[in-house]
Each structure stands twice: as structure tokens, then as C-alpha cells.
Design a protein around this ligand. Structure first.
Ligand code: ASP
Length: 314
């Protein structure tokens, strides 16, 4: 019988230039998500753990996903999510979701209940009804923080366009998780409200397989965060996995992809990577990325470069 694998989870709360003092707002939520996901890994699957961890972050208004998602230029929600499993390479993704509390659950339903990997628009609405999924009024998913962020951008040239000089000042707060379970399965997921003030109908990298997330049991898993347009241009998640497939560690692979992105597109960004060997790595070229991981029952976390803080044991 094959020996059991040591379960590991790593989660993130979005790459960006984290404002001074924001650590206090994100540390509890990021650690809670890692702990909740890790609990599932005691008996459950990587897919269950990723769903649980991402749900915790979607329910927390400090992060840009689910409740607390950023608002588009019309002041509306357009949430995107993807979840993927590394055994079958199947994913489930959704985009422009307005009234679902946990888009990651909807993405998982697409993964499990369809032969397709991505649903949008009228078809997605019908799918939600077909499966009797609960709708939540958008007003209950819009946080004060998201309203204030949009307000603060009115009157700038920020709205509706990706303006590098302004964007680089911001925090992104998109969320993601990658887990390895006792059976050697890897799963990953990413969920976002997109960018504050984005053009209506704009879709970023997050729900796109190979951009916002990718995993393969034989190699590892990735969830990315940053300006979606730049992440798409270099197919970041798939690129990291390919570098790993060619022998690089997760950390080295992510560093190479992020450097390449900076060079070719001018944007900074971040990713969490988990190798099939169980090595979790948060990697970012922005000044911050809230992350937490649990391995062998011990939690580590951080926000800024070089942080590996000890969160104690489970
Ligand atoms: N990647 C997301 C997007 O462009 C934003 C983020 O990572 O916060 O929609």
C-alpha cells in the first residue's frame, strides 16, 4: 500500500502594497482560513480543504472575494472564481457572479456537475437555478470598505482603465488556496471581486485556468494574484508549473515567472505555490502578500518580504 502523504495547505489574501498597519486586519482571517482548511485535510480531500479555506476568506470583508468584493465602475459586484483538481486536471470556473455568497462553491459545482470547465452569463444563471443554489442579494455582499474604496477613486483617472501608476499603489486582496491531501492529491482555487472601478464586463486572470490557478498532482499547485491583465499575458500559473516540471523548486519557479512578468509587462504580482513534495512557498514582487500555511500541525504566516512568523500549533 502506498504510504500516506503529509498534508499541507497554503492560502493568500492578495498581493499589493499593503498599507502600514493593515497586518492587524488581515492576520486573523488569513490564519483562520489556513487552520480551517488544514482541519479538513486530517481526513478529507484537498478539494474540500481548498473550498473551506477560500470560503473563510470570501466570508471575511477584509478580503476582495465574496462578501467584501471590490466594485466595478458602476458600483456593482462582478465576482470570479476557479477551483481545480490535480488528479484529473479538471477545473470549474465562473465569472461576473453577482448574487452568490461563495463563488468558490459555485465553481466547484461546475467542476463536479458538468463536463465543462467554465460557465458564464445566461447559462450560468440557469445552472444556478437548476441546482437550487441559494442567491444572496448583492446588497448583503457589498461591504463598507468596498464602497469607500470606489468612492476614493472617483475623480481620478483610475476608473474603467488599468492605470499602472495608480494601480501600483493599491492592495488587491484577492484570495486563494492550494492544498495537498493524505492521498497525494493537490487542489487549488482562487476567488476575486476583481479590481475596484474596473470596466463593466472586465474579466481578470483569476477564473482562467493556467492564469489565476493551476495544479497537477505530479508537480504542484499555484494560485496567483495581481493585475489580471499582466498575469494573463504570461499565463502565470501554468508557467510556474511548467518551470517546476522542468526541475525548479516552487519558489525558484515563481520567482522566475514574477521577474519575467515585471520585465515584460512592467507589473508586480504574487503567487502561492505548493510542490508535490509538500513545500509551500509564498512569492511576490509587490511589497506585500498576506499568506499562511500549515504543515505538520504548525502554522506559519506573514505579509511582507522575509516574514515567516510562527502562528503556533493547531
Ligand atoms: N488578479 C485579480 C484581477 O485582476 C486581482 C487581484 O489579484 O487582486 O482581477
Amino acid at each position: 500500500m502506498a504510504s500516506e502523504v503529509t498534508p499541507v495547505i497554503i492560502v493568500h489574501g492578495g498581493a499589493g502594497d499593503i498599507a502600514e498597519g493593515r497586518e492587524g486586519a488581515v492576520y486573523p482571517g488569513i490564519q483562520e482560513a489556513a487552520r480551517e482548511g488544514y482541519k479538513i485535510l486530517q481526513d478529507g480531500t484537498a478539494l474540500d480543504a481548498v473550498e473551506r479555506a477560500v470560503c473563510c476568506l470570501e466570508d471575511n470583508p477584509q478580503f476582495n472575494a465574496g462578501y467584501g468584493s471590490k466594485l466595478n465602475a458602476a458600483g456593482e459586484l462582478e465576482m470570479d472564481a476557479i477551483v481545480m483538481e490535480g488528479k484529473s486536471l479538471k477545473s470549474g470556473a465562473v465569472s461576473c457572479v453577482r448574487d452568490i455568497k461563495n463563488p468558490i462553491k459555485l465553481a466547484r459545482t461546475v467542476l463536479e456537475k458538468t463536463e465543462h470547465d467554465f460557465l458564464i452569463g445566461k447559462g450560468l444563471e440557469a445552472f444556478i437555478d437548476e441546482h437550487g443554489l441559494t442567491r444572496t442579494p448583492p446588497s448583503e455582499l457589498i461591504s463598507e470598505r468596498a464602497i469607500n474604496l470606489l468612492e476614493s477613486m472617483k475623480g481620478t483617472d483610475y476608473l474603467s482603465e488599468v492605470k499602472r501608476e495608480v494601480r501600483k499603489q493599491t492592495e488587491h486582496d484577492t484570495v486563494g488556496a492550494v492544498a495537498l491531501d493524505r492521498f497525494g492529491n493537490i487542489a487549488c482555487g482562487t476567488s476575486t471581486g476583481g479590481l475596484t472601478g474596473q470596466r463593466v464586463g472586465r474579466v481578470g486572470d483569476s477564473p482562467l485556468i493556467g492564469c489565476g490557478a493551476y495544479c497537477d498532482n505530479a508537480v504542484g499547485g499555484v494560485s496567483t494574484t495581481g493585475i489580471g491583465e499582466a498575469i494573463m499575458r504570461i499565463a502565470m500559473a501554468a508557467r510556474i508549473i511548467l518551470y517546476m516540471e522542468h526541475g525548479m523548486t516552487g519558489e525558484a519557479a515563481a520567482k522566475k515567472a514574477l521577474e519575467m512578468m515585471k520585465e515584460r509587462t512592467g507589473y508586480k504580482s504574487g503567487a502561492i505555490v505548493l510542490g508535490a513534495d509538500g513545500q509551500p512557498s509564498p512569492v511576490f514582487t509587490t511589497s506585500g502578500l498576506p499568506w499562511a500555511s500549515v504543515k505538520n500541525g504548525r502554522i506559519s504566516y506573514g505579509v511582507r518580504k522575509g516574514d515567516i512568523l510562527d502562528g503556533g500549533s493547531m
